[in-house]
Ligand binder design. Structure first.
Ligand SMILES: *[C@@H]1O[C@H](CO)[C@@H](O)[C@H](O)[C@H]1NC(C)=O
Ligand SMILES: *[C@@H]1O[C@H](CO)[C@@H](O)[C@H](O)[C@H]1NC(C)=O
Length: 446
């Protein structure tokens, strides 16, 4: 018994010491949450598992909403399935031409697609007895209604423009209809990626698709302030709202400011090229086709460009590699896991980066001889931008926690804690790699 107890003590002391030693920010712990349990009922639980994908459909719980009504918002939320069906039927008839234009209601099928996206997505199909003569006419489409949380009209416009561009280049699903509240897209039998095994087995294909996106000329603003602008906006937002949660401490907001200032300086030094980036390449935004497309149709498709913007390429590369550590939709609270050890090894990073650069070679953007020196440069960028990613998604969840209901807020704060810890672990690694006698990760040249 005494033995057991002392073992427990030793382990506890060890853990405390370990945590203290590894956290560069001994004094910068976050204390947001009063301890809280799991989401309260099964329905919420089910939804909560999808929190990275569906959070925008949950009811915003903030002062401004409880009193006066936000029209758009209310309108979207009050749509019943029958309303959606009615709307989808009409839109398919108007946008898709014959035979869609001539079918009656009983020849029109609609089903809800679950676990897919941040906005509402349905599949609409013709019943089997309807013949399609024109091979360009789809017999099945995806009907998307934008999330009611996207307040920023700029995002709606630039995301739609990007979607159209990608569709035209064969880099994304085809676009069949565009209207103010949503669109009709090609239905692609596919699944999302959701494990380190998924990322590992498709890493070079993802890198290739990312490179194609990065070489696009996209008609959106080209100021490279993506990271900084979001960080500032979210910080201001939280500053404004924090009085809503008087019991919680927000002393960590200074931590974000300090780290932002430091990172901004480091980012300037590293000189990563500014390109059009996806900026949120988590597994939920990477489709693995389940059909067998022709040889020139890639098996991997990057979707949901809500965060798409010009940004440093290092951010996009690092962000995808950081996602290897995550798994979402797991069994237990908080329904996602993160393991530092799953971060790709240097060899795996090099493979990813090489595939990325080789795509640029293929498109004539760089010379083949530039690939190897550039691999080293990008490895360095990934080390730095991993920090920017963790800090950004950490703060993203803080501000999201004010926009969603209580159950989701708890999940977001779990996500914040995790991302903040990840930030400090990666920062330590980054600083070590640059110390004169540090343990810089090296690679053997081919
Ligand atoms: C919640 O789920 C559990 C197990 O899945 C089930 O036994 C229980 O009856 C459910 N509760 C409600 C309120 O639906
Ligand atoms: C719909 O059209 C089909 C084919 O023209 C017809 O067989 C069916 O009876 C119609 N259903 C209704 C409800 O009108």
């Amino acid at each position: 018994m005494i033995n057991l107890l002392s073992n427990v003590l030793i382990v506890t002391v060890f853990l405390v010491l370990f945590n203290e030693a590894s956290a560069i920010a001994k004094t910068r712990k976050i204390h947001f949450l009063t301890a809280k349990d799991k989401p309260s009922n099964n329905a919420t639980l089910e939804a909560a598992r999808n929190f990275r994908f569906v959070e925008k459909n949950t009811k915003e719980k903030s002062e401004s909403d409880s009193g006066k009504e936000n029209e758009e918002f209310t309108q979207d939320l009050s749509l019943t399935f029958q309303d959606v069906e009615e709307q989808a039927y009409r839109i398919c008839q108007e946008f898709l031409g014959p035979p869609w234009a001539n079918i009656n209601k009983s020849q029109f099928k609609i089903t809800t697609i679950t676990g897919g996206n941040s906005n509402a997505v349905y599949r609409c199909s013709l019943s089997e007895d309807v013949a399609v003569e024109d091979p360009k006419t789809p017999s099945s489409v995806l009907f998307r209604i934008y999330g009611c949380f996207q307040e920023d009209k700029n995002v709606v416009v630039s995301e739609a423009a990007t979607f159209m561009l990608l569709a035209e280049r064969g880099l994304g699903p085809k676009l069949y209809g565009l209207f103010p509240t949503g669109r009709l897209e090609e239905y692609i039998p596919s699944r999302i990626l959701n494990s380190v095994e998924d990322f590992r087995s498709h890493s070079t294909a993802i890198a290739k698709e990312m490179a194609k996106i990065h070489s696009l000329e996209v008609p959106v603003r080209k100021v490279e302030d993506f990271w900084h602008r979001h960080m500032e906006n979210w910080l201001n937002y939280v500053e404004d709202k924090k009085s809503l949660r008087p019991k919680e401490s927000f002393e960590c907001l200074n931590m974000y400011k300090e780290e932002m200032a430091w990172l901004t300086k480091e980012i300037k030094k590293i000189n990563s090229p500014v390109v059009y980036c996806h900026n949120d390449l988590q597994g939920g935004n990477i489709l693995l086709r389940q059909d067998t497309p022709s040889k020139d149709v890639p098996g991997i498709m990057l979707i949901d460009f809500e965060f798409g913007a010009y940004n440093y390429r290092g951010f996009d590369l690092a962000n995808q590699l950081c996602e290897w550590c995550f798994e979402y939709l797991t069994e237990d609270f908080p329904y996602f896991t993160w393991e530092f050890e799953k971060f790709p090894s240097v060899e795996e990073q090099v493979e990813f980066i090489r595939a990325y650069l080789n795509q640029h070679v293929e498109e004539g953007i760089i010379e083949r001889s530039a690939v190897e020196p550039e691999v080293d440069k990008i490895l360095e960028e990934v080390r730095l931008f991993s920090l920017a990613c963790h800090l950004m998604w950490s703060l993203w969840s803080v501000q999201m926690s004010f926009k969603v209901n209580e159950d989701y807020a708890v999940l977001h704060m779990e996500h914040t804690k995790l991302r903040t810890n990840a930030y400090w672990q990666f920062k330590e690694k980054y600083l070590n790699s640059r110390a004169p006698n540090g343990h810089a990760e090296t690679r053997s040249l081919p």
